[in-house]
Design a protein around this ligand. Structure first.
Ligand code: GSH
Length: 220
């Protein structure tokens, strides 16, 4: 039985969505976050970086959501989750872009938001002011540029999905998390197509089943 090592409130939700869409039997091993919102040390016993998602499947232990998504679709997809020929380049691009370019920028913003709470109180106002300025000048314009590119892609797509087909593909399993995080944290920056996209994902029965099994999740 495939096991998803599931850190609560994390990207691992995308793996539950995928497994539910493909109707793959699986079990969940849940890990609570530490008070600092990190993964607990037990995850280090599963995989060397101690992050989630990780899956174990027989002799296989695999981390990195993009790799897990590809592995599951290839091994258990039965033809589902595969883009059409015309959508394959978009699928390739967005499958990698999600964690390669979009997520690092969002993580940077989360870290910047956390820094003031973790410095001595007497330097907090100055640190907050500096980080607010850096966010305004450097990070926000970048996020806007990314969201404009995504919006323009979704406007041109033949369907709601990133690869333009009838069903979600790996690009969607990868893109849903950063987009739902953005809709939650900065809805004013997200365009109408991407907002609609997140609504469609959240309305999928498979997504809802994954959510029910995963439990507490801040982004849906
Ligand atoms: N690029 C990796 C990122 C994995 C990752 O950073 N996961 C987060 C959860 S969203 C995590 O485990 N954070 C806890 C920690 O770093 O302590 C992936 O897509 O799987």
């Amino acid at each position: 039985m495939l096991t998803v090592h599931y850190l609560v409130n994390s990207r691992a939700q995308r793996i539950l969505w995928l497994l539910e869409e493909l109707e793959v039997p699986y079990e969940i091993k849940k890990y609570e976050r530490t008070p600092q919102q990190r993964a607990p040390p037990e995850l280090l016993e599963i995989s060397p970086l101690g992050k989630s998602p990780v899956i174990t499947d027989g002799d296989v232990t695999l981390a990195e959501s993009g790799a897990i998504v590809e592995y599951v679709i290839k091994k258990y997809g039965n033809g589902k989750g595969i883009p059409s020929e015309s959508g394959s380049l978009d699928n390739l691009y967005f499958s990698h872009y999600a964690e390669g370019s979009l997520m690092p920028m969002l993580v940077q913003k989360v870290i910047f938001d956390m820094i003031p709470k973790n410095v001595p109180f007497f330097i907090r106002p100055i640190i907050s002011a500096v980080l607010a300025q850096v966010t305004k000048v450097l990070i926000q314009p970048e996020i806007k540029k990314h969201l404009a590119m995504i919006e323009s892609h979704l406007e041109k797509s033949k369907s709601i999905w990133f690869a333009g087909g009838e069903e979600p593909t790996s690009a969607d399993y990868q893109m849903a998390f950063p987009l739902e995080a953005l809709v939650k944290s900065a809805p004013e920056l997200v365009g109408p197509k991407a907002t609609e996209y997140v609504k469609v994902v959240h309305a999928r029965e498979a997504y809802k089943r994954g959510l029910e099994k995963g439990g507490k999740y801040a982004y849906a």
